[in-house]
Design a protein around this ligand. Sequence first.
Ligand code: ZN
Length: 372
Amino acid sequence: MKLTFFGGAGEVTGSCLRVAAGSLNFLVDCGLFQGAMRGPDNAPARNRAAYARDLGELDFVLLTHAHLDHSGLLPRFAAARARAPLIWCTKPTADLLPVMLKDSAHIQSREANRPRGRRGRAPATEAPLYTSDDVDRLATRLIGVPYGAQFRPHPAASVRLRSAGHIVGAAFAEVELVDGRGRKRRLTVSGDLGEASPLLVSEREARADCDVLVVESTYGNRNHRPLADTEDEREALERFAADILGRVSCPGEPPAGPCLDFGGRRLLCVGGRANLVAQYRALVERAGGVFEWHDGGREEAVSRLPDLLARQDAVICPADCVSHSAYYQLKRYCKLSGTPCLMLKGSGLGSFAEGLRRLAEGRVQIGADQLE
Ligand SMILES: [Zn+2]
């Protein structure tokens, strides 16, 4: 049995292990390198090289979990190649993976389109490795199996995926295979391991009856903190969330707090974090307002701003998540029209709720007020 580590050994990202035994050739994980964006060993260049690397003819791929440092280069198998291998993972991972990879494709395309200053265009090496369409194609090659079920991705290999704790769907792989000398060998690859008694995912299984064990050791010199500390942190988060909601909650609705009345007024949010838009909307609607969102990014979308702005009563803009052109167009428009506009320094829920309070209380009069 020959093991080749293309990443995730001597470092913590880019996990990719090739196993060759007899005529059998398969991969466990195919992760993205993360880390320095510049310098001789920068992550984009390593990912580009890894994406194009010849891995030989693969019989199948096993995926331990959906974190990008284990899965982020899998779309290389999305290309319409007749011999592209199937990818086996747990059912929850098969559900989660396309979401994670589409996010990765989105981030890559945003990075590639980011203005590069006076010297102009981004170098060709920073073009996205894959697109959302590639992820859709890859999703057709995923096979989700239940935890603990034995399956045969190849006549010479039988596999079980067992719970590794860590995240939803995470598994370690137990592989029984026949090596080049006709001997039965048992290989276990741990992937990332979580706590023995996690709060949110299924209990990690404990097994080590194998001939060869490849084990994750990133935190091998540390113990998990006590469960009580995690519960304290969760309570602190709940208090924080209650405090934010309290700032815009209405009478009779727990948690009690001062009622902000947006009185059916329309509020446009330009920019901000896409993953928080639902919460921004909930805060505005809770205060009785009508919420619209503009991502504040791409050039073609900025041209839609004047139309959108014309029907707003107020505008809020987390200025750290907005393109330059949207930012300046917004300031100019609000100054000319007198539409109350608040630029936020942060894009978190706390500063959004505080900004909403100032707008609702009419404490923003002109078109370029900045929330400190
Ligand atoms: Zn992980």
